[in-house]
Write a protein that binds this ligand. Structure first.
Ligand code: FAD
Length: 480
């Protein structure tokens, strides 16, 4: 255990420092900076090493949190890195962008601010990479079995890394021109710079994983051809179908899905010339819907130099924007911590958008918005007579996602989907097609990076078992 009296000596929580707002909104670099090792160690010493550590179960990966807090306090960074990598393939991702359900579970949180677990995680990961502790892990033997992973987001990456290390020959197919899924083209650099993804892709290449970009399965290669060519296939294709708002004026110029805006901005940040890029410079921007996607639009719009940024949420508070199966945000504190929220903009709750209003040129000029009223049957609707106009030159729809893309999977593999639009899978992550497994957002619906990694690890264990009859790989979570 770290300092047994640490939690009594150091009652104050010290998070990672962030760059000043006026400075950081001038670029897309990461908002948060590294903390001094001494502060990280003092903070780690607040961990009580509870007899029953609820943080283990709060984390879908089952991270061994008290153990690495102790090792940080003892200045044993290499050992801390080895414990951390036992349960998490990519701790520098989660240490940056996870809403940290582990901290919500921290027992110290009952009467003091929770231990800075996320800071411990990112500090170990960054320190380990900087000191060269993170090296390729080569398989001890090759099985001769082949696995195709479709999609290179965190779920696909985690599954591919586990299976390559178990000795299988793994190929990852990605339709985008760059690897990383939403880590690459959804999440902006101010939350996580892309060199973190590059580092892991390089590590995976050195371990033997093969990557094929700009290759869409279902179009460039059919699903049935892929299935026939590999011993197992993992679908890690995400849940990319955006929820739309079918009201008058939806077709107007200037009304876009949030992901159109974010993908283009991420490409531009990576140095691409994006012709006709949707930008917010000097515009009145309205973001519909909250959550991570909405927050990323806010942060991006501020960096583009928007004249104003307003977020409208139909519910009382942002969490009610989400359906029950979407597990985040779990804690209102997440909103306090969202860097984009600190950077400015207005938020309006209980605001139902009724119509997008046009100027003479067919561009959006305003939204007609009414107060949300709750009906006796629990449904919500715009309150008649309460309408007002909000000026807008750019409207971004961040209303969540309705599931996985299904067309080619249904046509070519007769794949089953559940009523929420997610790929149906059994306890072993296997879909309705034998030898084809589904992980991450594609199977559980829009979720979190930590769940994608956890499912990727767990599905890899099931695929290994399917191919070899037994497995030694860990399976931290079951499909939900
Ligand atoms: P994805 O990351 O979606 O990757 C799927 C990949 O599959 C994509 O690269 C796609 O191009 C590829 N693909 C799809 N179909 C095919 C095909 N037919 N052939 C080849 N390739 C294909 N979570 C957090 O924990 N913290 C955050 O701060 C956070 N911010 C977010 C911000 C935004 C804007 C969004 C949209 C999500 C955010 N999330 C966040 C959620 C998180 O990004 C996802 O839960 C996670 O990326 C899911 O991982 P995945 O591997 O299942 O799928």
């Amino acid at each position: 255990m770290a300092d047994p009296r640490g939690f009594m000596k150091h009652r104050e929580r010290q998070d990672r420092p962030s760059r000043p707002i006026p400075v950081r909104i001038m670029d897309f670099n990461e908002v948060y900076e590294r903390n001094e090792r001494g502060i990280v160690a003092t903070q780690a010493s607040r961990c009580m090493d509870c007899g029953i550590a609820f943080c283990h179960t709060g984390c879908p990966l089952g991270n061994l949190i008290p153990e690495w807090n102790d090792l940080i306090w003892r200045d044993q960074w290499e050992e801390a890195s080895s414990r951390l990598h036992m349960t998490n393939n990519f701790p520098e991702f989660t240490g940056r962008i996870c809403p940290a359900p582990c901290e919500t579970s921290c027992v110290l949180g009952i009467n003091q601010p929770a231990v800075t677990i996320k800071q411990s995680e990112v500090s170990i990961a960054d320190e380990a990479i900087a000191r060269g502790y993170v090296e390729p892990v080569l398989p001890q033997r090759l099985t001769g079995k082949t696995v195709a992973v479709v999609g290179s987001g965190p779920a696909g990456m985690a599954a591919a890394q586990q299976l390559t290390r178990a000795g299988h020959t793994v190929a990852v197919y990605e339709r985008d021109d760059r690897l990383g899924g939403l880590l690459r083209y959804g999440i902006p650099d101010f939350k996580m710079e892309k060199h973190h993804v590059e580092f892991r892709i390089d590590q995976m290449r050195a371990e033997g994983t093969r990557f094929y970009t700009s290759t869409e399965i279902g179009a460039d290669i059919t699903w049935d051809a892929l299935e026939a060519s590999y011993d197992a296939v993992i679908l890690a294709t995400g849940a990319m179908v955006p929820r739309d708002l079918g009201i008058n004026g939806r077709e107007l110029d200037g009304v876009h899905f949030a992901m159109e805006y974010l993908v283009q901005s991420n490409k531009a940040t990576s140095g691409d010339q994006v012709e006709g890029q949707i930008r917010a410079d000097g515009k009145h921007v309205v973001v519909l819907g909250g959550g991570d996607t909405g927050a990323d639009c806010i942060g991006t719009a501020h960096r583009h130099g928007a004249a104003s940024v307003t977020t409208l949420a139909i519910g009382k508070e942002l969490p009610s924007e989400r359906s029950d199966h979407e597990p985040w945000p779990m804690d209102p504190r997440v909103f306090e911590l969202t860097s984009a929220d600190e950077e400015g903009g207005e938020r309006s709750y209980l605001a139902s958008t009724v119509e997008f209003l046009s100027d003479d040129a067919g561009r959006v000029r305003a939204l007609k918005v009414a107060e949300t009223q709750y009906n006796p049957d629990g449904s919500r609707s715009p309150k008649p007579g309460s309408e007002r106009e909000i000026p807008a030159d750019l409207v971004l729809l961040a209303l969540g996602f309705t599931g996985a893309e299904s067309d080619t999977l249904t046509e070519q593999l007769s794949m089953d989907f559940d009523r929420r639009g997610n790929i149906n899978r059994a306890e072993d992550y296997q879909t309705s097609v034998e030898g084809v497994f589904a992980v991450g957002d594609a199977g559980r619906g829009a979720s979190l990076v930590v769940w994608a990694i956890a499912e990727g690890r767990a599905a890899a264990a099931k695929v290994d078992e399917y191919l070899e009859g037994a497995t030694r790989l860990p399976a931290p979570v079951k499909p939900s």
